[in-house]
Design a protein around this ligand. Structure first.
Ligand code: FAD
Length: 427
């Protein structure tokens, strides 16, 4: 059920089924996946194709988490550029990570193409828009590193970025042609459909409340009273992680990302705004990201308050950002507002944990999970069938709760307020 004041524009394909398929009592799955988002479903799909018997349990409906709520920007790469990854992880692991990071958008668009998924998409790149000289230097550095690796990327002059975005206030930017945009709910829903066709049992409205291990066999209990057995369990709950696995929720800082969508743009305005359909993120500390949707709306997102929204006013900062970029949109209605949770980790990298034999957890999408979690799911499935840790691009790490986690949110709110002020000074 959507939360109050949260009304996304994204659409499931009209024929999307409800999923109610559970392993019959007494039968044992090879793997139970907790969470029916992109990570859980991608892992399930590939594990089933590798021959495993797979059950996905989702607390709500498929796509109810971040996977069905996000901005639909399919961006390769991680927060860090190739040279940083090589320096910090060494030449061997670093090279694996760089290649993995480079491949994540391809994984999504190849899946859409090869499986003929009913997912509206445009693959024409992602623009990182620079509004200061410092940001211009940063994108130039990023451009150099990816160009050296043969990626289809280039710098944009002030004139070029103005033409490609139609937005005000940028000095230049960076175009990464590997990226694109999708309808994220359609994508998640289609992942569930093909996973189910591959043999995965998927059950919605089955919140997992307990995991027990008895002599190497996992017993998984749901709120509704279902009990399943499996050789392995994967927690794919990301920013919606609860207390199933002690300490896991304390390894991430969940942040709210809010979005707004205009009414479909009138043709005269639409022609000048993102005419080639790229996605954009800007270079502010508290960044905004935006794109056009398949039905011609401008969709813009950014950080939102951590308390649940109580009125449309909680999205006002995004409406102001929209008009700063596109003053001509002042007469266009904001028709939709929604939000979801993003999981951040202190090192800004996803974490893979395996605290016990047959129990894995993956958290920390950093707001880049569409490509990242799709690609990671395939690797997790590969690891499950082979036990070969080289399948995993990120090292398996121990669960390390963040110190003073309970106070972290206060710190985050203060930092956001401070960054907003710095951004305002640079305007
Ligand atoms: C507003 C917003 C905008 C974003 N924009 C972008 C973007 O443009 N591009 C991009 O790449 N990334 C973006 N992201 C990040 C991206 O959406 C996530 O990284 C990605 O969807 C994470 O996928 P996931 O499968 O790991 O988690 P989720 O999709 O969050 O799935 C976790 C699921 O676990 C379920 N769950 C939790 N606990 C239980 C339980 N006990 N039992 C059963 N089920 C449980 C939840 O109901 C949920 O459905 C955005 C995120 C948000 C919130």
């Amino acid at each position: 059920m959507p939360l109050p004041f949260s009304d996304p524009i994204w659409q499931k394909p009209p024929a999307a089924p409800a999923f109610r398929s559970l392993f019959p009592g007494g039968q044992r799955a090879d793997v139970v996946i907790v969470g029916g988002g992109i990570l859980g479903l991608s892992t399930a799909l590939h594990a089933a194709r590798f021959g495993l018997a797979v059950q996905v349990l989702e607390a709500g409906e498929i796509g109810q988490g971040a996977s069905g709520l996000n901005g639909g920007q399919v961006i390769p790469g991680l927060k860090y550029d190739p040279e940083w990854l090589l320096e910090h992880f060494g030449p061997e692991r670093g090279e694996i990570l760089v290649n993995f990071a480079a491949s994540t958008a391809d994984t999504v668009f190849e899946l859409i193409r090869d499986e003929k998924l009913a997912v509206p998409f445009v693959r024409n790149g992602w623009i990182q828009a620079a509004h200061t000289e410092t940001a211009l230097k940063a994108v130039a550095n990023r451009n150099r590193q990816w160009r050296n690796r043969g990626a289809d990327v280039r710098l944009l002059s002030q004139t070029e970025i103005a033409a490609l975005t139609g937005a005000q206030g940028y000095l230049g930017g960076w175009l990464d042609r590997r990226a694109g945009v999708i309808d994220p709910l359609a994508y998640t829903s289609e992942l569930a459909r093909i996973a189910s066709t591959a043999g995965v049992k998927i059950a919605e409205h089955q919140k997992v409340v307990r995991l027990d291990n008895n002599a190497g066999i996992w017993r998984i209990s749901t709120e509704g009273g279902a009990e399943l057995q499996a050789k392995a369990v994967i927690l794919a709950t990301d920013a919606y992680t609860g207390d199933l696995l002690p300490g896991l929720a304390e390894t991430i800082v969940p942040l709210h990302s809010f979005q707004i969508a205009t009414a479909p743009l009138p043709p005269d305005l639409a022609a000048g705004i993102l005419p080639e359909g790229q996605a954009v993120s800007d270079s502010r500390r508290i960044l905004v990201y935006y794109r056009k949707s398949a039905d011609g709306r401008l969709v813009l997102g950014g950080r939102g308050r951590m308390a649940l929204p109580t009125s449309e006013g909680d999205w006002a900062h995004l409406e102001r950002a929209l008009l700063r970029l596109y003053p001509a949109l002042s007469g266009v209605a904001i028709e939709k507002r929604w939000f979801g949770r993003v999981a951040m980790t202190p090192d800004h990298l996803p974490h893979i944990h395996e605290p016990e034999q047959g129990l894995m957890a993956v958290v920390g999408c950093q707001g880049r999970g569409v490509g990242l979690m799709t690609a990671l799911g395939e690797r997790i499935a590969g690891y499950l069938v082979s036990g070969d840790a080289r399948q995993l691009p990120f090292p398996v790490s121990p669960i390390r709760p963040i110190r003073l986690h309970a106070f972290r949110q206060v710190g985050v709110a203060a930092t956001i307020a401070w960054y907003r002020m710095l951004d305002a000074f640079e305007r």
